[in-house]
Design a protein around this ligand. Structure first.
Ligand code: ADP
Ligand code: MG
Length: 586
């Protein structure tokens, strides 16, 4: 064996499997989901490439893109193979062997602080879950552009790669062989594997089959070799001769398909149960928990662009919500064209601020046989995006509207059913806590609610770091005494927002810490001035608020800018990589 020892040593600590395992004693099943998920990503990729390159699929078995599972009880091996893209030698090193993969350290860190192993798939390190059940793993892979290789690794982090001169040629694709640990024997039981595949892989886009045993009764001639030779030669008696047979139990094997490939987005929403949506979400989001998504929206767009889509608000924010929010262009929507998976890396489907949504779009309008780059520029995408945004915002609004904690009683329509209100209770605060910028302890209010319950002409607000600080602020004392309601904006993003948002529903936004605050017809500026003793420092109407100054100062300004700033010049130094600036520019 040729060992990439350099690499292997460096990678020796790629994952702290011990902590991973102890965290997961009851959770070992997930390895199968991860492997099946990988085994279905790979044929998705080759099918996509084959749209523009017919040759790539090859012929015969290579065009059958199903996933196959085999169990070998004697050798204690579970193997899973696909006819996907396969991996070159380089791919094997890059994809399976390096801690440099960004997800690994993040994942280990999260596990060590008691994280939820169910999230492993989201960290892009799902493959490593094989070590929950195996102490030795072989990955045999054949990519069109390279020879067939075996990657192998014991649970010690080192790995070896060698040209495969032992196994049958795969044609194309990957076979993963798990040599099971002593205590993982249950995964050699066909019934266990069938149960798991059925439970978790319902929405995998390719047929998954298992090499299943079947006990059959076979009739074999009874005592053949003892049969009387004389009798056999007596041809005349053939008709009368009763065939002497006996029944035997024999084990035969055949491929048994375990899933029916379901495209629920093509069904009518009425036909799909909540449970199916939940399961579909889990398969889409690689979320291994049982949690129900906070909301979903399943719809068909017709007219100039035709597509079907299902959008989900996940039950939990991903571990890298902000990272992905600020740093990646990727949306979490899978794009299909006429049921063929195209990409999950489209940045044109949703604006960044909605990147936390998961879902799927299947378009009939987009062309199928063009490159991803061409598709990215297709005119229909803009319209698809527009519709998706509208539906997404509707869906989020609905979380609040349907939440009895959030909606104003008087807004409730007559005869509205309490129905599943209990279930919806607290949904919006949950949503906000997961995906909002600030953890919110108290009750949230929508601007509509603010306007209708305050009856004020203007919308008063104040910005700052946190609610506690703002509650004590001298600026609001006077207003709260007069029963004005003041909105607390405690997120840095709020500051930026408020530079652009002047009005809502004809009501002006007024920052109570700025000069020129008007409290309505009967009050005058001096009201405010008189009420504070000796003075209150307001910031000028058009400048930054104190909070904004604070935010700006926390940034690293160049020396030149600092000089200018100290001499009273207003400096706006734009760090193009700063997440917020990036966001604003976008
Ligand atoms: P993820 O699937 O989130 O990328 P994994 O740890 O599950 O992370 O897999 C790592 C990488 O290994 C994959 O991105 C893919 O490139 C490669 N890989 C894993 N399994 C297969 C397979 N069956 N066929 C081809 N490539 C695979
Ligand atoms: Mg994976």
């Amino acid at each position: 064996l040729s060992t990439d020892s350099d690499v292997s040593k460096r990678e020796a600590e790629w994952i702290s499997k011990r902590s991973l395992r102890s965290n997961a004693e009851n959770n070992k099943d997930i390895f199968l989901r991860e492997l099946i998920s990988n085994a279905s990503d790979a044929p998705d990729k080759i099918r996509f490439l084959s749209l523009t390159d017919k040759e790539i699929l090859g012929e015969g078995d290579n065009t059958e893109l199903g996933i196959q599972i085999k169990l070998d009880k004697d050798k204690k091996v579970v193997s899973i193979r696909d006819r996907g893209l396969g991996m070159t030698k380089e791919d094997l090193i890059k994809n399976l062997g390096t801690i440099a993969k960004s997800g690994t350290s993040a994942f280990v860190e999260k596990m060590q602080t008691g994280g939820d192993l169910n999230l492993i798939g989201q960290f892009g390190v799902g493959f490593y879950s094989v070590y929950l059940v195996a102490d030795y793993v072989e990955v045999i892979s054949k990519h069109n552009d390279d020879k067939q290789y075996v990657w192998e690794s014991k649970a010690d982090g080192a790995f070896a790669i060698s040209e495969d001169v032992w196994n049958e040629p795969l044609g194309r694709g990957t076979e993963i062989r798990l040599h099971l640990r002593e205590e993982a024997g249950e995964y050699l039981e066909e019934s266990k594997l069938k149960e798991l595949v059925k439970k978790y892989s319902e929405f995998i886009n390719f047929p998954i089959s298992i090499w299943a045993s079947k006990e059959v009764d076979v009739e074999v001639p009874a005592d053949e070799d003892e049969s009387n030779e004389e009798e056999e030669t007596m041809e005349d008696e053939d008709a009368e001769k009763k065939p002497k047979t006996k029944k035997l139990k024999e084990t035969t094997y055949e491929w048994e398909v375990l899933n029916d490939v379901k495209a629920i987005w093509l069904q009518s929403p009425k036909e799909v149960t909540d449970e199916e949506y939940t399961k579909f979400y889990h398969s889409l989001a690689k979320d291994l928990s049982d949690e129900k998504p906070l909301a979903w929206s399943h719809f068909t767009a017709e007219g100039d662009v035709e597509f079907k889509a299902v959008l989900f608000v996940p039950p939990k924010a991903p571990h890298d919500l902000y990272e992905s929010y600020y740093n990646t262009e990727k949306s979490n929507l899978k794009l299909y064209v006429r049921r063929v998976f195209i990409s999950d890396e489209f940045d044109e489907l949703l604006p960044k601020y909605l990147n936390f949504l998961k879902g799927l779009v299947d378009s009939d309008t987009l062309p199928l046989n063009v490159s991803r780059e061409m598709l990215q520029q297709h005119g229909s995408l803009k319209m698809i995006k527009k519709k998706l945004i509208r539906k997404a915002l509707d869906m989020i609004r609905r979380i609040a509207d349907e939440d009895p904690d959030e909606s104003n009683d008087k807004d409730k329509k007559d005869g509205e059913k309490a129905g599943d209100n209990d279930e919806k209770k607290g949904q919006y605060i949950k949503f906000w806590n997961e995906f909002g910028n600030t953890k919110s302890g108290g009750k949230l209010a929508s601007l509509d609610q603010y306007i209708s319950r305050s009856g004020q002409k203007d919308i008063f607000y104040i910005t700052g770091t946190n609610k506690e600080q703002l509650e004590k602020s001298p600026f609001i004392e006077r207003l709260t005494k007069k029963n004005y309601e003041v909105i607390f904006f405690t997120d840095p993003v709020d500051e930026y927002l408020m530079q652009y948002l002047m009005e809502y529903e004809d009501k002006k936004f007024q920052n109570v810490s700025k000069e020129g605050l008007k409290l309505g017809k009967d009050s005058k500026d001096k009201d405010l001035k008189e009420s504070f003793n000796p003075c209150v420092v307001v910031t000028s109407k058009y400048g930054w608020s104190a909070n904004m100054e604070r935010i700006m100062q926390s940034w690293t300004l160049s020396d030149a800018s600092k000089q200018a700033y100290m001499h009273g010049k207003r400096v706006l130094e734009i760090n193009p990589r700063h997440p917020i600036i990036k966001e604003l520019r976008d």
